[in-house]
Write a protein that binds this ligand. Structure first.
Ligand code: NAD
Ligand code: LMR
Length: 338
């Protein structure tokens, strides 16, 4: 690409940029895989005080990568400076779950971080800024951030369930013995947690209905629990939570949102509007169609069988309980129903 053909720089902010996911993520943003090979990038890396030293190393490596699309890299601990003018904000920084830890253990500490970040985004984010929440508990962190950003649209905040979708698609492809590109319409409903419902009711394998290829017993006894527990399986094996695959999913999710992905279905956790009988106002993963420029639409009116309805309610209940446990961080709702 000639310099003259390149689009003027867009600022992309990444929190937790020196962490495991951040390390994999910033390299791929810089190489143009997220926003396209003609888009110049200003990277704004946000870390804690302790994160600043490793972040300096990441910045050296970004420099040494000599990425032609990378216009500028800045590092800060100041949220207003980091998020100011950023068109895209990837909220990755949080304390990750270690071996034997439950997500609930992390809830309070991480929700506080996202309340502060929501406030800062409200003050400095440009109109139309896009927010992808990766740090766990991702759905509830998105809810907390959005509630603390009353001047922004809740729909600007999306929590990532793309990794779960990719895991589900890969597992189905392996079972059906086809390349993963032949699998589509896999859905992740609900929370990015072990209650999520990976749903094959509408999935297709090489254009055929997945359920005509794999049997129900495999779906209930193997597929669903394996996708639900894949995060923990990776933690047990690596001694650390998934990082390269999580970064890859974030790249896929933002790229599809921004550049569009035709009529493909992409699961994203977005604010519920009551569709499918899901409680209003929780960040619940649903299938979406991405039209580009970050316009997305929830896939509506899918038939839901009894088994699916039960699974969808279970993960909804967990999200309602998570919301209740962070009510003290939702302005105006302290001690009151949301
Ligand atoms: P990590 O510990 O390697 O990195 C986290 C980084 O965030 C650290 O460098 C830390 O200094 C920084 N940080 C912590 N608090 C911060 C704050 N308030 N502001 C800025 N930076 C801050 O963790 P990781 O493996 O990169 O994982 C990051 C998060 O992503 C975790 O919450 C993890 O559970 C989550 N995760 C989500 C998914 C998903 O699919 N949604 C998948 C994998 C991991
Ligand atoms: C994952 O899905 O790999 C992460 O969210 C890690 C976790 O805590 O489950």
């Amino acid at each position: 690409t000639k310099t003259a053909d390149l689009l003027p720089p867009l600022k992309v902010a990444v929190t937790g940029a020196a962490g495991q996911i951040g390390y994999a993520l910033v390299m791929r943003i810089a190489s143009g895989e997220m926003l396209g090979k003609d888009q110049l990038i200003d990277l704004s890396l946000i870390e804690t005080d302790q994160g600043m030293s490793p972040l300096r190393g990441v910045m050296m490596e970004l420099e040494d990568g000599a990425f032609p699309l990378l216009n500028k890299v800045t590092a800060t601990t100041d949220l207003n400076e980091g998020f100011g003018d950023a068109a895209f904000n990837l909220l990755v920084g949080a304390t990750p779950r270690g071996p034997g830890m439950e997500r609930a253990d992390l809830m309070a500490a991480n929700a506080k971080i996202f309340a502060e970040q929501g406030k800062a985004l409200n003050d400095v984010a440009p109109i139309g800024a896009k927010i992808l929440v990766v740090g766990n508990p991702a759905n509830t962190n998105a809810l907390v951030a959005s509630h603390n950003a009353p001047d922004m649209w809740p729909e600007q905040f999306v929590a990532m369930t793309r990794l779960d979708q990719s895991r589900a698609a890969a597992l189905l492809a392996e079972k059906a013995d086809v390349p993963v590109k032949d699998v589509d319409r896999v859905i992740i409903w609900g929370n990015h947690s072990a209650t999520q419902y990976p749903d094959l009711s509408h999935a297709r394998v090489g254009g055929k209905w997945a359920k005509s290829i794999v049997d129900d017993k495999w779906i209930t006894d193997d597929f669903i629990p394996r996708v639900q527990k894949r995060g923990a399986e990776v933690i047990d094996a690596r001694g650390a939570s998934s990082a390269a695959s999580a970064a890859s999913a974030a790249i896929d999710a933002v790229r599809d949102m921004q550049l569009g992905s035709g009529d493909a279905w992409q699961s994203n956790a977005i604010p519920s509007d009551g569709s499918y009988g899901i409680a209003d106002g929780i960040w619940y993963s649903v299938p979406t169609v991405c039209h580009g420029d970050s316009h997305y639409r929830r896939v509506q009116k899918l038939p839901i069988d009894e088994f699916s309805a039960k699974m969808m309610t279970k993960t909804e209940k967990e999200l309602i309980a998570e919301r209740d446990s962070v009510r003290h961080l939702l302005p105006g709702h302290e001690g009151k129903p949301v």
